[in-house]
Design a protein around this ligand. Sequence first.
Ligand code: SAM
Ligand code: SF4
Length: 474
Amino acid sequence: MARAMNSSLSKHAVDFINDEHLSSVLKCASPDPPRVREVIAKSLAKEPLQVEETATLLAADDPDLVEEIFEAARDLKKRVYGNRIVLFAPLYIGNECINDCRYCAFRRSNTGVVRRTLRTQELEDQLRALENKGHKRLILVFGEHPKYDADFMADCVRTTYRFKVGHGEIRRVNINAAPLDHEGYRKLKAAGIGTYQIFQETYHHETYAQMHPKGTRKSDYLWRLDGLSRAFEAGCDDVGLGALFGLYDWKFEVLGLVSHALHLQRTYGVGCHTISFPRLRPAHGVDTEWPYLVSDRDFKRLVAILRLSVPYTGMILTAREKPELRREVMAFGVSQIDAGSRVELGGYTEVGDAQIMEREQFLLGDIRSLDEVMRELLQDGYLPSFCTACYRLGRTGKHFMEFAIPGFIQNFCTPNAITTLTEYLVDYATPATREAGERAITREIRKLAETPQKAELLRRLRCIAETDQRDLYF
Ligand code: SAM
Ligand code: SF4
């Protein structure tokens, strides 16, 4: 299928992924320990790494060096993001799809999957369930289909912002969908979206062609690679990259992600807002052998190395992973996780705790409730946050980079995490989670210097506990 009529690439569109170059960099990188330490030191100084430097970390597989990389990633995460973890949930709107991606249950040749697009009423039912659990941030997920054009997506975004139950409201709507043209992104920007996510799936051209059969819209590698550049040009400066790990050599994909982030930084003066690193999961009707599946050990390495390569980029760990591994990897630099997630259409009201393969995109590894995940995070010393202040105050893209410096976190992120956590504890938490949360809040408040802002924060916390006032952010 050709590119849609009138659709044009971005102004500086170029296929900046040179497979041969990336493969040769991977072969050449020297795992010599002093060089590895030099690269780690650059990253700890919060400087983004170049492709060759990332390759040096990827080449280091001596257990002691790997441990040094893990330790550096933990350290950097603490220094850039503190102990906050932002929570969100995915909401699948429609799984009709004109593509035929080999790895996905929603591909068009899979006749065994139940096809469905939520009607407005059904969308509202899902929103009610999500808001009643305490969610404030969602990512809406769509297959690629003419039905799901920018107007349709923008309508879903507006419905989501409009729908409120009690103290429940969604304050940030992100999207994961097919790449759009400039006009499409402008429509979504006007509807108030947060991040637009597009995963390249694999940066390796030959594998990309095998996974996305010729003649399908997704087979156009450059249209997809250029998708977030068009988003930037249309004013969506908050974009998310990702690769589906398990399709090709994980080290190559890490270099692909880093190349992509550097390209955006060079071309638009801003890097990406987030990077996602989903691992391939079992899915209905997908029974292929996958020679490149990533082991848990390598998965930890890739998360730590990404953390070090893009110090100021948010990193998203999804519920595809099992609870134990999520817990471990979180310390390496993850800043956002989903919780209480369902990936079936209608999954938040219709399927209970079961996972029904014919209705979902892939099998999840962590189906615990939001409350359970919150409790574990609190008990592990994290500060769970539902903060949405930055994009609502225009602190996005370039502006965000200006703010994403030490001090900003202390002045804005931590107080906003504390107020949004307090809202959660007052409005939605079970008694055990509330108790763990109150202990965490006391601990966090003690760490804050005695400033007028702290006094204001304490006033706001009382306000939330004693009145109906909500959504108070710095
Ligand atoms: N349809 C849009 C697209 O392909 O860009 C966006 C939504 S798609 C439903 C979201 C992402 O799920 C895909 O980009 C892919 O990385 C991931 N995915 C697909 N099949 C998967 C599987 N079997 N295991 C894990 N993740 C999968
Ligand atoms: Fe469709 Fe996206 Fe699944 Fe590909 S990954 S089949 S585009 S829903």
